[in-house]
Design a protein. Structure first.
Length: 135
């Protein structure tokens, strides 16, 4: 689920519930909201980014990211001359970089499938909650 889908779903629900005067179980509402939010985080983590996008997101320069990749300290996938990274694998520079992926990193099913193939090649097992485990 993308951020836009998440926002649209919950805005539509709020409007419908306000119109109907719905009373509901707060615990169940929270559970569904959290599950949807975890789907958004998973989508974000699965986004495959090129070095420019990864640099903008992390605060590290392209050269620094490529250096970490060449040292084996950062997982990535080389395709020809280009290196791609899974957003969930990227480090965050203290007080640097943005907390969200660039707008060009919209995740559709094709991108998710590509991220899963990349994770398989890198030996990463992804969980529903968005965490990555080494096999």
């Amino acid at each position: 689920m993308t951020r836009e889908e998440f926002r649209a779903k919950w805005i539509a629900r709020r409007e419908e519930w306000e119109k109907l005067g719905v009373l509901l179980n707060g615990g169940k509402l929270c559970e569904e909201f959290i599950a949807d939010f975890e789907d958004v985080l998973t989508s974000h983590d699965e986004a495959v980014l090129n070095t420019n996008q990864a640099s903008a997101m992390t605060g590290y320069s392209r050269a620094q990211l490529l250096h970490l990749y060449k040292q084996g300290r950062l997982r990535g996938h080389k395709n020809g001359k280009n290196v791609f990274f899974r957003a969930g694998d990227l480090p965050r520079k203290p007080r640097g970089g943005r907390l969200m992926a660039p707008s060009s990193a919209v995740v559709d099913e094709e991108t998710r499938a590509g991220a899963r193939r990349l994770a398989d090649r890198l030996g990463i097992r992804t969980s529903k909650a968005g965490g990555a485990d080494v096999r």
